[in-house]
Write a protein that binds this ligand. Structure first.
Ligand code: GDP
Ligand code: GDP
Length: 436
């Protein structure tokens, strides 16, 4: 489950985000109707040959009000902290600069492998100029061109060759979940409260090559859980850890490594823009989601408070309509005992499989209830449906012409499926396909 992490560092304008996008390819799909998801790409899943890995563009992690050089230094530190392999990028057009040398000096301190990429080598003649970069003392420079996409093969072969053979994090069958949310919503408090008294901590699984720490525990009922990235939640006191982009990147990593994401809101402060950003990513990643409203103890409540808060959440996070909401307090431990069972339940829903025969009964009933509409004189025909995968449950619906299936009809089918089966907490994906 833990994939190697590659981080790109280098001064601004050398082409980091260009290369990031090339390596990521079309892996990043931004769901158009997910509000609050900004388009910045700082973290993505990627593949090279048979290797799957995660890629970070540290240049996208901006520090506000930091002088130029100290920003690059912090980005280099992030790369050294987060990555298994670092791509240090320079520009063959501009040649070696002071800033490059300063970054190189920082990178000497790491024991992580560093691969030196010289970008903007747009033609063959320019390859002669890359030898200057040997002076950085970081080994062989790999000439690449983000504009033309050349040289990426050799560069990525060198990156992959440096992946850890065994990163020491064993795959397991436990339920993997993480707490996600802005600083100060109470994630660490929830972690500590949840790991309190009657839960047996099986182990702190420290990866040998990364400092992410997962915590495994067993409940009194005997259910095994792995809390992902508790290290990211523990504050380590580095300057960049307070920047928003960094915390979003950490959240993306934790979401990626989890089956169930616990999106923590602060009852005291209500809903903020950053909450939506992170929630949008969890939704897009297809994870099961629970919305946890923490600090419930801080509100003066009457009979309507909970309902009003729930309505607010439903309005602000419309795409998370499937996510259950739980109101808790890490301080008083109110309702915290219900959390493990809830996580277990949505995790089961996330991996629920429906037999085709049963599924098609539901689809046929749905068609009878609400016949497929005509569109410009043509009638949609729905033939049958089948579940093709889990986590999240994904259904293919075979039709005469996918163009004829309007979004609202897709929604209707999803709702009928949700009525018939328990998919609380998990997104459900519907893929329409022409029957051939
Ligand atoms: P970053 O600040 O390091 O992320 O750099 P960007 O990816 O934003 O690129 C900075 C500029 O360099 C942009 O105008 C790119 O179009 C340009 N650029 C990126 N790769 C190449 C390349 O291989 N050759 C040339 N000539 N320009 C490039
Ligand atoms: P994190 O940054 O999300 O990990 O948040 P922390 O767990 O560090 O909590 C931030 C602050 O909120 C701390 O001062 C906690 O004591 C406080 N806090 C956390 N949970 C609760 C809660 O349920 N009720 C109250 N009243 N305070 C809380």
């Amino acid at each position: 489950m833990a994939y190697p992490v590659v981080a790109i560092v280098g001064r601004p304008n050398v082409g980091k985000s260009t290369i990031f996008n090339r390596i990521a390819g079309d892996r990043i799909s931004i769901v158009e109707d997910t509000p609050g998801v900004t388009r910045d790409r700082i973290y993505t899943r990627a593949e090279w040959l048979t290797h799957e890995f995660r890629l970070i563009d540290t240049g996208g992690i901006e520090m506000s009000d930091e002088p130029f050089m100290s920003e690059i230094k912090q980005q280099a530190e992030i790369a050294m902290d987060e990555a298994d392999v670092i791509i240090f990028m320079v520009s063959g057009r501009e040649g070696l600069t002071d800033a490059d040398e300063q970054v190189a000096k920082l990178l000497y301190k790491t024991n992580k492998p560093v691969v030196l990429a010289v970008n903007k080598v747009d033609n063959f003649e320019m390859r002669n100029d890359i030898f200057d970069f040997y002076a950085l003392g970081l080994g062989e420079p790999y000439p690449i061109s983000g504009s033309h996409g050349t040289g990426l093969g050799d560069l990525m072969d060198a990156v992959v060759a440096n992946f850890p053979v065994d990163d020491g994090v064993p795959d397991d069958d436990t339920i993997r979940f993480s707490f996600i949310g802005r600083p100060n919503v109470g994630k660490s408090s929830l972690v500590n409260a949840l790991l309190g008294e009657d839960r047996v901590i099986v182990s702190d699984i420290a990866g040998t090559t990364r400092d992410a720490v997962d915590t495994k525990f067993v409940t009194a009922e005997g259910d095994e859980f792995t809390m992902v990235d508790t290290a990211g939640i523990r504050k380590r006191g580095k300057v960049y850890e307070n920047t928003e982009k960094y915390s979003v990147m950490r959240a993306m990593r934790a979401i990626d490594d989890s089956n169930v994401v616990l999106m923590v809101l602060n009852a005291e402060e209500g809903i903020r823009e950053q909450d939506k950003h992170v929630a949008g990513y969890a939704h897009e990643a297809g994870r099961a989601v629970i919305i946890v409203v923490n600090k419930w103890d801080t509100l003066d409540k009457d009979n309507h408070t909970m309902k009003e808060f729930e309505d607010l959440i439903r309005t602000e996070f419309q795409y998370l309509a499937y996510a259950p909401i739980i109101f808790v307090s890490a301080k008083t431990k109110q309702r915290l005992n219900n959390l493990p069972a809830l996580i277990k339940r949505v995790n089961e829903n996330h991996q629920r499989r429906i037999q085709s025969a049963t599924l098609n009964e539901v689809i046929m009933d749905a068609l009878a209830l609400n016949p497929a509409p005509n569109r410009s004189g043509k009638r949609l025909r729905v033939y049958y449906a089948t579940q093709v995968s889990i986590q999240p449950p994904t259904f293919v619906v075979f039709v005469n012409d996918p163009e004829l299936m309007h979004f609202s009809y897709e929604r209707f089918l999803e709702n009928q499926i949700r009525k018939a089966f328990d998919f609380e907490g998990t997104p459900v994906h519907i893929i329409k396909r022409a029957r051939t």
